[in-house]
Structure formats: structure tokens, C-alpha cells
Design a protein around this ligand. Structure first.
Ligand code: LLP
Length: 386
């Protein structure tokens, strides 16, 4: 039942009153703990096998959060020119090599501008080389490889293998060597990212081996970027990703790499647990055996449950000390049957005006929100020292 162990160990469990206050004063809000962000980054920076870390800003691009991430020395992985220019605007002095741009199916203009800005650029397709060769003449680039098998918490987030639009298949890559030579292009990095929410430690090692097997074809190679995808526990029965084992395996890989560096670009691992969504209870309804508990915001703020069947712990902050004896389906005010944030959740008897908290929503929460039904999604609030 909830609050369970997962909940009691969370940073926010000590701050339920302050969180309630945010919702009472500002309505539905995402609240982020910068200390939690820092704690996660420190875990990654402790990996001995990894030479450089980039934060995938698509997970959460809150400016205050990015400033903190930057202050800890992280690079930034961006997937649109908008993300690149946002980072550059926040950090005008930043070394451009701390920004990695990994677009897919983007228009020619975005590649042109990225090269002019001088950020690192990954090609996810050979089409740009074959059709817009003039842009890339004499440049240093990364290539994103489809290593063959996608992984992740849902089929929608598996980004390698037959079903996925991402990456250059190995066969095609080897055929591209002539084009690369003609254009005098130096491939300085091989990149892959096979999916999101991966909890098996051997994933990055296996993909690294695939990239390493291709390294001989690229004499200018300086690093292998093994992507992001590091999962956090989302559902009650899952086990933490064993980072120690990730490191151990990657050190084994590293011993075969010579001077090649290893890079990672996680998003979720850094941001997910730092954020919670708080919102007020609006109405209750009993209907055909189900108890609906309505809150002031729904899939317009948090689409992950509707889109992936994602599980986020839900707690009634106003009644944390009361036993969870009621089963509720927690819904928002959006006109879709799928506007459910949690199904059959055990909570204390709850009432209009109570504040509910939806946990682990720091990654892919606010950034995926919309104004569907013209309802403004939840705003954002930072807890600096919590
Ligand atoms: N690198 C690339 C090239 C990516 O496409 C992604 C995420 C990452 C890194 C960071 O992945 P992470 O470490 O966060 O797993 N909206 C989905 C997740 C989509 C991930 C997209 N790409 C969700 O809410 O689960």
C-alpha cells in the first residue's frame, strides 16, 4: 500500500507541509529538488569508466535546473535547434563542445545552423550526407548507429531495432565510407541510444561492444557515446539499476578502447526523482464499483500514464499519517477516458481541497505537457536546498 517504502525514502516525504503549501498557493505545480538532481549527477560522476556526461535536456529543461546541472560540469544533449539555442542563451560563455546536438529527421537548416554555432553534431541518417554534402565538407561529426535491439519501459521508447526510426544500420554505415572520404569528413564519435527506462546493467556494455567492433573503420575516432536510457524504479516490484555493475562492465570495455573515451547522456536518471506534481482534489464520484478521485490537472500536465501506462506513486499529502483504506482511480479534468493518473490506488479517505502528490515526475513531465482543452498545465516551482 502507499505510502510504501519507495515513498518514505523519497526526499519529499520530509517536506509534505511545504509541498502542500505550494499547491494551496499556486495550484497544480511541479516542484523540483535541486539537491536530488545533484545527488543523481554525483552518482554518475562517480563512474570510473565514463569520461564525459551530457544531460539530455529533453527530460526537463527548467532553466533553474539547467543552471544547477551546468554548475556541476555537465554537458548538454539537445535534440532540436530550440534546445541548443536555449542552452546557449542560458550560458552564453559555455564551451560549444559541451553541447551535443542529436537531431533526427530535422530540416537541412537545423544542421546548417548547428554547424555555424560550432556545437557537436550527430547524424542519425546518411541522407543529409548524400543530399546536403556541401554542409558537411571537412567537418567533424558523430554517427548514430542502430545497434540492433531496442530496450525500455514501453515499446514507444525503444529506439533501436526494426521498429524504430532511429540510427544508421551497420550495413549502410560501411557503405558510406566512400561518401565520408569524398567529403573529407572525420567521424570523431560513434553514438547509440537504444531506449529509455532500462534497468539491466549489461545494456551499455553490449552496445559499447557493438560500437567498438565498428571503430576500426573510423581512424579519427575519439569517443563512443553510449546514449542515455538509465532507468529508475518506477513500479513497486522493480529493482534499482545496479550502477556499480554498469561501471564494472564498462571498465572491462574501456580496457579494450585504447585512447577512446566513453560518454553517456542520461536524462531520466538525473531528473525523474527530483520532481513531484502536486494538485488539489476537486470532486469525488462513485460509479459502477469504481471510486473516482478528481484533481485539478490531468493528462495536460502529465501524459505518461495515458501514453505509456506509466506508474507514478500517488500520495494524499494532507493525510499522510492516515491509513490508506480506500481504492481510488485518480483522474484529471480532461475530456478523455484515458485521463487517469493512477488506477485503483490505495489512499486514505480523501476530500475536496486535499492535496495529492504524484511522484517521480521530474523527467518527461512538464516538458510533455500541453494546453489540451485550453487548460493551462501545472506550473513549476524550485526547492533549492531540499
Ligand atoms: N539520448 C538520446 C539521443 C535520446 O533520444 C534520449 C531520450 C536520451 C539520450 C535520454 O534518455 P533517458 O536517459 O532519459 O532515458 N518520454 C519518454 C522517454 C523518451 C526518451 C526519448 N529519448 C518517457 O516519458 O518515458
Amino acid at each position: 500500500s502507499e505510502p510504501d517504502i519507495m515513498v518514505k525514502q523519497s526526499w519529499w516525504f520530509q517536506h509534505t507541509r511545504a509541498l502542500e503549501q505550494v499547491a494551496h498557493q499556486q495550484g497544480a505545480s511541479y516542484v523540483y529538488s535541486l539537491s536530488k538532481v545533484e545527488q543523481q549527477i554525483k552518482k554518475l560522476q562517480a563512474l570510473k569508466s565514463i569520461d564525459r556526461l551530457f544531460y539530455a535536456i529533453k527530460a526537463n529543461s527548467n532553466a533553474e535546473l539547467l543552471k544547477h546541472v551546468e554548475s556541476l560540469g555537465m554537458g548538454f544533449e539537445c535534440v532540436s535547434l530550440q534546445e541548443v539555442t536555449f542552452v546557449l542563451k542560458l550560458f552564453p560563455e559555455i564551451d560549444k563542445q559541451r553541447i551535443l546536438f542529436t537531431p533526427n529527421f530535422a530540416p537541412r537548416e537545423e544542421y546548417k545552423q548547428a554547424l555555424e554555432l560550432g556545437v557537436l553534431l550527430t547524424l542519425d541518417n546518411l541522407y543529409p550526407l548524400e543530399h546536403w554534402g556541401d554542409l558537411f565538407q571537412g567537418k567533424e561529426l558523430l554517427l548514430r548507429i542502430d545497434t540492433g535491439t531496442g530496450k525500455g519501459h514501453h515499446s514507444h521508447v525503444k529506439t533501436a531495432g526494426k521498429e524504430a526510426k532511429f540510427g544508421i544500420p551497420v550495413e549502410a554505415l560501411l557503405n558510406a565510407k566512400d561518401t565520408l572520404r569524398t567529403l573529407d569528413i572525420s567521424i570523431i564519435g560513434l553514438h547509440c541510444h537504444v531506449g529509455s527506462g532500462i534497468l539491466t546493467a549489461d545494456n551499455w556494455y553490449e552496445n559499447g561492444q557493438t560500437l567498438l567492433s565498428l571503430a576500426e573503420h573510423f581512424p579519427s575516432l575519439k569517443f563512443l557515446d553510449l546514449g542515455g536510457g538509465l532507468g529508475i524504479v518506477e513500479k513497486p516490484q522493480q529493482n534499482n539499476l545496479d550502477l556499480g555493475q554498469v561501471d564494472e562492465l564498462l571498465l572491462k570495455l574501456k580496457s579494450l578502447l585504447g585512447d577512446l573515451e566513453l560518454w553517456l547522456e542520461p536524462g531520466r536518471f538525473i531528473a525523474a526523482e527530483c520532481g513531484v506534481l502536486v494538485a488539489r482534489v476537486t470532486q469525488l464520484k462513485g460509479k459502477s464499483g469504481a471510486g473516482y478521485l478528481g484533481i485539478e490537472t490531468g493528462m495536460n500536465s502529465l501524459i505518461r500514464p495515458a501514453l505509456y501506462g506509466a506508474y507514478h506513486p500517488i500520495v494524499n499529502l494532507t493525510r499522510v499519517d492516515q491509513p490508506a483504506t480506500e481504492k481510488y482511480t485518480v483522474v484529471g479534468p480532461i475530456c478523455e477516458t484515458g485521463d487517469k493518473l493512477g488506477i485503483d490506488r490505495l489512499l486514505p479517505p480523501s476530500f475536496e481541497g486535499d492535496i495529492l502528490l504524484i511522484a517521480n515526475t521530474g523527467a518527461y513531465g512538464q516538458v510533455m505537457s500541453s494546453r489540451y482543452n485550453m487548460r493551462e498545465p501545472a506550473g513549476e516551482h524550485i526547492f533549492e536546498n531540499l
